[in-house]
Design a protein around this ligand. Structure first.
Ligand code: SF4
Length: 285
């Protein structure tokens, strides 16, 4: 049954500057690269694009899973674009990015979940300038240890994997398992203790503060010290409904709670997304 899109409260009404978007959109189109900013209809697109920040979406824009909150297309994925690592690296160079976030849709159809393609993209970026900070935001890769080993040793400094929500509400993450995602984060840290791991959640599915607190403790227990917390916004009437528009004060309270519990850095606000102001995290390490 289609959901009802609730009107947004005042603190969630953001203006999008399309003229800035068009400039970068044509650059990305010409370079044949995709960004999750566009594919996921991120509300920060004007702000990030005007600051020349973007998150690249590799491995195609079709996901093999069907999370009910996500705007990325679902279905039969495309063949890998073998030029993509170079195209992303050249775009990073052209934009002069110093901190790059690379993510992908879930590719359960690939034996390694796309790990090798992630690594080739990191290599191509680092070949242009080894001082560029690379952050990967990966799917669970079905907990494939060989794939996670490649990712952990890829040269990326931050590796993120999102829990998205509390375990009671995992029905919105079709094909995912809360405990498996925690194990993925733990495995990444143990495979390469020099990387920082990061996770992200959205509020607004009906989660309770005690549940968020328990989730934060679970993340700390697997060595994850970076967390992003943002508001879930339903992409269309065919996606999961927003149960609650969480007030900015609650984001602040949860951030303070998490920092007291032991996180190194938490970005928490209604418009926070996993890659929002991603450069801030390492500065707080
Ligand atoms: S928050 Fe992330 S996904 Fe959204 S526009 Fe900024 S860089 Fe892109």
């Amino acid at each position: 049954m289609p959901n009802i899109i609730k009107p947004k409260p005042e603190w969630l009404r953001k203006k999008i500057n399309y003229s800035v978007n068009q400039e970068l959109e044509s650059l990305f189109r010409d370079a044949q690269v995709k960004t999750v900013c566009q594919e996921a209809m991120c509300p920060n697109i004007s702000e990030c694009f005007s600051q020349k920040q973007a998150t690249f979406l590799i491995l195609g824009n079709i996901c093999t899973r069907a999370c009910s909150f996500c705007a990325v297309g679902k279905g039969k994925p495309m063949a890998l674009d073998l030029n993509e690592p170079q195209n992303v690296a050249q775009t990073v160079k052209q934009l002069g990015l110093r901190h790059v976030v690379i993510t992908s849709s879930t590719r359960d159809d690939l034996g390694d979940g796309g790990a090798e393609h992630f690594c080739k993209t990191v290599d191509a970026i680092k070949a242009t300038d080894s001082s560029i900070v690379v952050e990967l935001l990966i799917p669970d890769m079905r907990e494939n240890k060989d794939a996670l080993q490649l990712i952990a040793m890829s040269g990326a400094q931050i590796i993120g994997h999102n829990l998205e929500t509390v375990p009671r509400l995992y029905h919105v993450r079709k094909g995912a398992e809360y405990q498996r995602s925690l194990r993925v984060l733990k495995m990444l840290s143990s495979l390469n203790p020099s990387i920082a791991t990061k996770s992200g959640i959205m509020l607004g599915f009906g989660e309770k503060d005690e549940e968020v607190k328990a989730l934060m403790q679970d993340l700390l227990d697997v060595g994850c010290k970076y967390l992003s917390i943002g508001q879930y916004l339903s992409p269309s009437i065919h996606h999961t409904s927003v149960v609650e528009f969480v007030k900015p004060e609650r984001f602040e309270d949860l951030k303070n709670l998490g920092m007291e519990m032991g996180f190194s850095y938490i970005k928490s606000s209604p418009y926070t997304r996993s890659s929002y102001m991603a450069n801030e995290y390492l500065e707080q390490r």
